[in-house]
Design a protein around this ligand. Structure first.
Ligand SMILES: *[C@@H]1O[C@H](CO)[C@@H](O)[C@H](O)[C@H]1NC(C)=O
Ligand SMILES: *[C@@H]1O[C@H](CO)[C@@H](O)[C@H](O)[C@H]1NC(C)=O
Ligand SMILES: *[C@@H]1O[C@H](CO)[C@@H](O)[C@H](O)[C@H]1NC(C)=O
Length: 304
């Protein structure tokens, strides 16, 4: 059974689950809205719970939601609006006027139970961020997109961060641009592959950090052009960093996100981090996740 969404054809998820979805670019950004629709089209129950305005670069900051002393992003709510609110035509699209981690927290603790009942969300997703959290992971500690996801993982809900190199922001009402549609289709594919592996979806208090190469008309414009590679967030320090799983002949060392994203082609890096430290997860946990996603993974052309 297939549903079409723009260019991309998505199989229905085998395991439909409850998902909380946040970001740091704001609730009215086209990337998060297209991902919301794509996840729903794939069969999931989704609650969008994201900041009222752009909150990029705010890391794991948190504060109680406050009423607005400005408009919501792209004039989607007026000055003086309440601290939280919902989209006129869809109560499952909500804003929280605070930091990304607080928006995720509010979605999990307050609006989630109203939508999903007693059952907590099965999965938290953050993104799709406009711009990559690459540079060998140095941006990870400051990313609000990562902050929202790691907060969910710390509360016991497995989380995935998605970011894309194409960094052209569009408002919710724009015709969905190629990168929003393409990245959403790829994100939904990875999500459904992970869900199909069965719970627990990730080792406790870990998160997946996923970065997409640029969506490039004529070069990287089809879902089938892209390839996933298992990576590390940070370069390893010889003698200090524990060993990684051995894949692609890497002698117990995974390639870094940065290396994958600097390699010519349509690559996607997938790293496993620990939510509290935002650093690479140990080998035993990498192995669990590699097994779950191994149908997606390939090696870089140089064998690394
Ligand atoms: C909102 O989510 C709930 C829980 O999944 C669902 O029952 C309801 O139909 C959704 N509402 C809309 C307008 O999609
Ligand atoms: C949400 O729940 C978690 C865990 O129960 C708790 O630590 C956190 O303070 C709660 N947040 C709010 C805003 O109540
Ligand atoms: C993911 O994409 C690949 C290649 O396009 C496809 O074979 C696979 O069935 C997809 N998996 C899911 C879960 O959508």
């Amino acid at each position: 059974m297939y549903l079409t969404l723009g260019l991309f054809i998505l199989p229905l998820a085998v395991n439909a689950v409850n998902i909380v979805l946040s970001n740091d670019d704001g609730w009215a950004d086209s990337n998060i809205r297209v991902l919301y629709r794509t996840l729903k089209a794939s069969g999931h129950a989704v609650l969008l719970t994201a900041p009222a305005i752009d909150q990029s670069g705010t890391g794991s900051s948190m504060s109680p939601p406050a009423s607005l002393e400005h408009q919501c992003q792209y004039h989607t709510c007026p000055f003086g609006s309440p601290a939280t609110g919902m989209w006129q035509t869809d109560p499952n699209i909500t804003y929280v006027n605070s930091f990304p981690a607080s928006a995720m927290d509010y979605g999990i603790n307050i609006s989630g139970p109203e939508r999903f009942g007693e059952k907590r969300p099965d999965l938290a997703i953050s993104g799709i961020n406009n711009g990559n959290t690459d540079n060998s992971g140095i941006a990870v500690p400051f990313s609000g997109t990562v902050g929202a996801a790691t907060h969910a993982s710390i509360l016991g809900i497995p989380s995935i961060v998605f970011s894309g190199q194409t960094n052209h922001r569009h408002a919710w009402k724009a015709i969905p641009p190629l990168h929003s549609r393409l990245y959403s289709a790829l994100a939904t594919n990875l999500t459904n592959t992970l869900l199909a592996s069965g719970p627990p979806y990730l080792p406790p208090k870990t998160f997946l950090n996923v970065n997409f190469a640029a969506a490039d008309p004529g070069l990287c414009d089809q879902e089938s052009n892209f390839r996933f590679v298992m990576t590390r967030l940070y370069p390893a320090f010889p003698g200090l960093s524990g060993k990684d799983i051995s894949v692609c002949g890497g002698d117990q060392r995974l390639v870094t996100e940065e290396k994958v994203l600097k390699t010519q082609g349509c690559w996607i890096s997938v790293s496993l981090g620990r939510a509290v430290t935002k650093r690479d997860a140990p080998m035993e946990e990498q192995k669990v996740v590699y097994e779950k996603l191994k149908s997606l993974f390939v090696c870089l052309p140089d064998g690394q």
